[in-house]
Design a protein around this ligand. Structure first.
Ligand code: ATP
Ligand code: MG
Length: 462
């Protein structure tokens, strides 16, 4: 009680002070205490300050604390060069070639330390023909460092020693107003780096704060600039969105702003099919939920979900043309992945997992003989099964199939034997020595969309 009264008195007497072009916000106003800063970040700022440098906690962590959220990680900005930082901390290493940062290690925690940078000073700032910055690696001072950041709420410098915040662009006031506002003139900031358009969508969704009108307005007319961004960076940002724990809101917002077109071209088609939209949204919702429960999520699973209806459509088409199921699935997968890669550089290591998940899907329909047991032994059975459940929940597959596998995987061997479906006559024989012509006819006769029917085991024997 006493503490609260004292805190209130203290708050009332706390005033914003001006220092050069910075507003200095005292602890009494913002209320972010040193003990809310991670052990490692405090060690880094203390160590650098003791060595005579400036050092602040910056970026997402200060913003999140001011908005009452738990920061993901703590970044530090300093006037020490990477080499100087490196010499203060034994357990540290310089990373990045173009944009050199230092990682300082404290057990599990890694604190990323960046040297103040400037844009303004670099008369020779290199841009491409669309105005996108190719170089922004010139050292600067704290004020210049603030000006090159994207949003006002991301450009706050917190000193854990004095518990003061240095603010050059009204970011503190914006946190109070729950407003995401671009520093400087939004159009030229998007031109410098079009990814900021996606960051605007992601951060406003994740933080549940309003995107300032002036910041939002130019996006519609400038989204074409995203075509010009290297694929690896786009993928990075798309992954951040999908794994933000707020992917549903992000995608909804992207669609509203028509930004998804440049990103996941196939997503346009998928989201326009009622079944596809339901499936993708369910996958995203379940990802958000897993993240909120701090369960791990796999990017490959998510990409597999996003592209599934595209793969499904390509597969069905090939089945209709009389191709055999497994072969048709391989071609469909390669086709969809190749198309998607033109835009998003999904790494090859994700391909393998995505394909495994997709290939497993038709095997879930084979419920006789040894096949269900072999499927259970697959290392990625769990991912495949979760994927199947999403297909059931979206209405693409009958719930009965999901329920069957749910029971089968944990059932006693007696019960498993009871649950098996009878072998379809002639199936064994055909499996040993496929009779090409007949099998092809049988497949082409079966309507492609009938694979939702769980009684079509025979169609998948190959
Ligand atoms: P998150 O909580 O998702 O990590 P963040 O704001 O910390 O959000 P980071 O990508 O970690 O995002 O970036 C750290 C800081 O670097 C940002 O807060 C911002 O100040 C600056 N920054 C990042 N990307 C850009 C960009 N494209 N343009 C300008 N400044 C950027
Ligand atoms: Mg961050």
């Amino acid at each position: 009680m006493i503490k609260r009264i004292l805190k209130n008195v203290f708050r009332k007497s706390a005033k914003v002070r001006t220092e050069g072009n910075a507003q200095v916000i005292p602890f009494g106003l913002h209320g972010v205490a040193r003990d809310q800063i991670s052990y490692g970040a405090c060690k880094v700022t203390d160590g650098l300050q003791a060595a005579g440098y400036q050092a602040y906690v910056v970026g997402g962590a200060v913003r999140d604390l001011l908005l009452g959220r738990v920061p993901k990680d703590f970044d530090v900005a300093t006037d020490a060069t990477p080499e100087e930082v490196r010499s203060v901390f034994r357990r540290s290493r310089i990373i990045g070639r173009r944009f050199r940062l230092v990682h300082v290690m404290f057990g599990e925690e890694v604190v990323e330390v960046s040297t103040f940078r400037s844009l303004i000073d670099s008369g020779d700032a290199q841009t491409d023909e669309h105005g996108r910055l190719l170089r922004d690696n010139q050292f600067g001072d704290r004020e210049q460092d603030a000006a090159r950041r994207d949003f006002t709420v991301n450009a706050l410098y917190y000193d854990p020693t004095t518990q003061q915040i240095y603010d050059y662009h009204g970011g503190y006031a914006d946190t109070r107003k729950h407003l995401l506002r671009m520093i400087g003139e939004p159009k030229s900031r998007y031109r410098e780096d079009p990814v900021r358009m996606l960051r605007a969508v992601r951060l406003s969704a994740k933080l549940d704060i309003r995107l300032d009108e002036g910041t939002a307005a130019p996006i519609a007319g400038m989204k074409g600039l995203l075509d010009n961004v290297p694929q690896a960076r786009l993928l990075d940002e798309v992954l951040k969105m999908l794994l933000s724990g707020h992917s549903v809101v992000c995608i909804q917002q992207l669609r509203k702003m028509n930004l998804h077109h440049g990103l996941l071209p196939l997503l346009d088609v998928i989201l326009e099919q009622p079944m596809g939209e339901k499936f993708v949204m369910l996958a995203l919702r379940s990802t958000d939920e897993r993240l909120s429960q701090e369960k791990p999520v796999s990017p490959a699973f998510l990409f597999a979900a996003l592209l599934w209806h595209e793969v499904l459509a390509a597969w069905k088409m090939r089945l209709q043309q009389g191709e055999r199921p497994v072969g048709a699935m391989h071609t469909a997968m390669d086709e969809v992945l190749a198309r998607q890669k033109e835009r998003l550089a999904i790494p090859h290591r994700q391909d393998a997992v995505m394909k495994e998940i997709w290939l497993m899907q038709h095997r879930f329909e084979q419920r006789s003989g040894q096949r269900p047991f072999r499927l259970l032994e697959q290392p990625r059975f769990r991912a495949g099964f979760d994927f199947l459940l999403l297909r059931c929940a979206s209405g693409e597959m009958d719930d009965e199939l999901g329920l069957w596998w749910d029971e089968f995987q944990d059932a006693s061997s007696e019960r498993q034997a009871e649950m098996l479906h009878p072998e379809v006559a002639g199936e064994r024989k055909r499996r040993r020595k496929p009779r090409r012509k007949k099998a092809a006819v049988a497949e082409s006769e079966a309507p492609a969309n009938e694979h939702a029917d769980t009684g079509t085991d025979v169609r998948f024997v190959e």
